[in-house]
Design a protein around this ligand. Structure first.
Ligand code: F6P
Length: 340
């Protein structure tokens, strides 16, 4: 059969590992023909395709980003979007779609599957917030990058006797903040799942610095919010519920500096967390998900997503996944509380 492949939403390390696995297994071993759609669902709606031959995926395993390009664009949110998807698939003789994406791409994939297209999805996002899978491709690399950054910030914090606020990504989930914060030995970790009281944080820092410390690292998830009534704060948001990089980090920095009197700096890691070469774990997970996705398509499955459950790759229904947010479990929060 002829199979289309797309990557949607924010990019992440490991996307090319998925694409490579889909094409290698799908073309060479299962004998399918493949076409790539440029810039996610936009390419499907506008009919913008690229070749996906065995040659096109050579040497892309360690490459960051996506050779297909990506975009935050969802056909189900536009009136004639689904009709345009059907028209492109008819013209390109595509009988099935492999959609690699986070929650937005998966929600669109669910709508496209319901409209009668054969769809298999692969979860990717540095945020690790896709419901139904223990891990999403890209998360491991982001945690590595953020942990290394926290290690580096530690030494300059110590040299200058400063409080360093490090803002990390994660949208409305605290996975990167918690994991990199624990791995990097941060003193305070602020996550969306547990609204913070800024005065409690300031008082903890005052106590630390009075008793034994001269510097502290405060990791703030970009989606962290204050407890009701503790701080006047409205998070600025853009299209697709986008958070403004640096907004909460800068505010936390200002508040802590003012409330403690300690010299404080803020580092916003931003898109550095999404760029560059994928970790071995993300290459491996991407390869496993890619093979599972093309096998599922070959077996006639539709409306499913590859998922890591324990150490097994399984298939879950997109309908059970879309629209749900996988937040960080209490056990991680307990470890944070035990160590900070
Ligand atoms: O979903 C991945 C993510 O990196 C989030 O952590 C972040 O909030 C958002 O994308 C940033 O999106 P953009 O690249 O559109 O600025």
């Amino acid at each position: 059969m002829r199979i289309g492949v797309l990557t949607g939403g924010g990019d992440c390390p490991g996307l090319n590992a998925i694409i490579r696995a889909v094409v290698k297994r799908g073309r060479t071993q299962l004998g399918h023909s493949m076409v790539g759609f440029k810039h996610g669902w936009r390419g499907v709606v506008d009919g913008i395709t690229v070749d996906l031959s065995r040659e096109d995926v050579r040497n892309i395993l360690p490459l960051g980003g996506t050779i297909l390009g990506t975009a935050r664009f969802h056909p189900n949110e536009k009136n004639d979007g689904l009709a345009a998807v059907h028209e492109t698939l008819r013209q390109e003789h595509v009988e099935g779609l492999i959609c690699i994406g986070g929650d937005g791409t998966l929600a669109a994939a669910g709508a496209v599957a319901e409209s009668g297209v054969r769809v298999v999805c692969v979860p990717k996002t540095i945020d690790n917030d896709v419901w139904g899978t223990d891990r999403s491709v890209g998360f491991d690399t982001a945690v590595e990058i953020a942990t290394e950054a926290i290690d580096r910030v530690h030494t300059t914090a110590e040299s200058h006797d400063r409080v360093m606020v490090v803002e990390v990504m994660g949208h409305h989930a605290g996975w990167i903040a918690s994991c990199a914060g624990i791995a990097g030995g941060a003193e305070v970790i602020m996550i969306p799942e547990e609204p913070f009281d800024i005065e409690e944080v300031a008082s903890y820092l005052r106590h630390r610095h009075r008793s034994y410390a001269t510097s502290s690292i405060v990791v703030v998830a970009e989606g962290a919010t204050p407890k009701n009534g503790t701080l006047d704060w409205v998070a600025p948001v853009g299209e697709h519920d986008a958070l403004v990089p640096g907004a909460i980090g800068e505010r936390v920095k200002q508040e802590l500096e003012q409330r403690t009197g300690f010299e404080t700096r803020v580092t916003v890691l931003g898109h550095v967390q999404r760029g560059g070469t994928p970790s071995a774990a993300d290459r491996l997970l991407g390869s496993r998900f890619g093979v599972a996705a093309i096998n599922a398509m070959d077996a006639g499955r539709s409306g499913v997503m590859t998922a890591l459950r324990g150490d097994q790759v399984e298939l879950v229904d997109i309908a059970d996944v879309a629209g749900k947010l996988k937040t960080i479990p209490p056990e991680y929060r307990a470890v944070t509380n035990a160590l900070t």
